[in-house]
Design a protein around this ligand. Structure first.
Ligand code: FAD
Length: 380
């Protein structure tokens, strides 16, 4: 990107004065603005993002799964976390997916109705047995979370070399770029100012003047009575905190494939691998768990080793015997906790509300995360 050092004039001017300034124009920041506009009409809201218009850290770079939880991932969560947290999160995700559709309609989101699936390959016979014997309790967990019907059901594997498959009702695909664009337009239409290409510096350089925060940036000073940090992976850097870790996610997209045997959104390996069809192309992502420390980064570049890991899964497990060419690769940045908890972080102090740690299902979480951040910011 073309960048120059700031001039004195650029730095020393007012860039805007707001009742509430949201840092981060990803799905969470934008849903937060959307809820604020309805909870407290007439507020002057600014949303600032360091990236150029139309881009976000993860929200425009994800895989477009409208999903709430695959069987092996939920069983793994049950080993690590309180059941009540898992139920709460599942319900946020399910409600979040309803909010996207009810608010904007399927066309505006590039929604692809269908079902989700989890597949099991030959080396996963133990996991496959475990899921089959826990199907009733998984459906019970979904029911407790307000998700209707028999959500998890045994299904026929899409290719004969896979040993098992579970279908997941109510999951679907969407076009992440379109969904983000639609949400952004709705928030702008209701009067929020969206400022792109402006980096908010670490909080140590902010000051408080007459009950309002003043944030110096290279393009001028931003002022606001309240700040909502929806900067997800970058929040640890802004606040100098070690409990918000960045996690890069990488994906690849193939050229069109004749007779592609997959239609829908697919999970594998406790959610660490995921793939879906995009027309007759296959989008595959994940593999972060095999390169954990390397992928704990804010860098948005793809790497040779993760891409090779994905390609070998593509050729050996998903499409053995198929002629497949990869045409696109990209990466985005999520945020995680150091202890593996997947509960988003929501807290408020001194006029600053933090909503962060959206991991791999932030699309579904974002409407409810935004609602809760907006409510908390207005309370304090
Ligand atoms: C490859 C990949 C695949 C994924 N697939 C899926 C999927 O299929 N389904 C799903 O539900 N989830 C998926 N996710 C996760 C999902 O995309 C994220 O959880 C979600 O987008 C997080 O939204 P957010 O608004 O919190 O973060 P972001 O979209 O990252 O938005 C935060 C914004 O804050 C801005 N910001 C940060 N610091 C500053 C600063 N100092 N100054 C100004 N701006 C700042 C950033 O530029 C960024 O745009 C995936 C993620 C990745 C990376």
């Amino acid at each position: 990107m073309f960048q120059r050092p700031a001039s004195f004039w650029e730095e020393n001017r007012s860039l805007g004065s707001y009742d509430i300034l949201i840092v981060g124009a990803g799905m969470v920041g934008l849903w937060t603005a959307w809820h604020l506009q309805r909870l407290a009409k007439g507020l002057k809201i600014g949303v600032v993002d360091q990236l150029p218009s139309g881009q976000a850290g993860a929200s425009t770079r994800n895989a477009g799964f409208a999903c709430f939880g695959s069987p092996t991932e939920l069983l793994d969560d049950l080993h690590r976390e309180n059941r009540s947290d898992i139920v709460e999160r599942l319900s946020w995700r399910y409600q979040g997916l309803q909010s996207w559709r009810e608010t904007f309609g399927e066309d505006a989101l590039g929604w692809v109705p269908g079902r989700g699936f989890e597949i099991f390959s030959t080396h996963q016979s133990e996991a496959w047995q475990n899921v089959q014997s826990n199907l009733d309790s998984l459906n019970q967990l979904a029911a407790e979370s307000g998700i209707p019907g028999e959500v998890y059901q045994k299904s026929i594997p899409p290719i004969p070399s896979l040993i098992g498959c579970i279908s997941i009702e109510h999951e679907a695909g969407l076009h992440a770029g379109k969904a983000h664009q639609t949400l952004k337009a709705a928030v702008e239409e209701h009067g929020a100012h969206i400022l792109q290409g402006i980096e908010v510096p670490p909080m140590a350089s902010w000051s408080k003047e007459e009950n309002a925060w003043a944030i110096p940036t290279t393009q001028g000073v931003l002022k606001a009575h309240r700040i909502i940090l929806a900067s997800n992976a970058w929040s640890g850097h802004i606040l100098d905190r070690k409990d918000i870790l960045p996690g890069r996610g990488q994906v690849l997209l193939t050229d069109p494939i004749d007779h592609l045997p997959y239609a829908g959104t697919y999970h594998a390996d406790e959610g660490y691998l995921y793939f879906r069809n995009v027309g007759n192309r296959l989008l595959l992502g994940g593999g972060r768990n095999a390169f954990r420390s390397q992928e704990e980064t804010l860098s948005g570049e793809t790497t040779v080793n993760v891409q090779a890991h994905l390609e070998s899964y593509l050729h050996e497990v998903l499409l053995p015997g198929f002629e497949v060419k990869v045409s696109d690769r990209w990466a985005g940045t999520m945020a995680f906790s150091p202890d593996g908890s997947k509960m988003p972080l929501l807290e408020s102090t001194d006029g600053i509300t933090l909503i962060a740690r959206m991991g791999g299902m932030g699309v579904a979480l974002s409407p409810e995360a935004g609602r809760k951040a907006a409510q908390l910011a207005l309370e304090v």
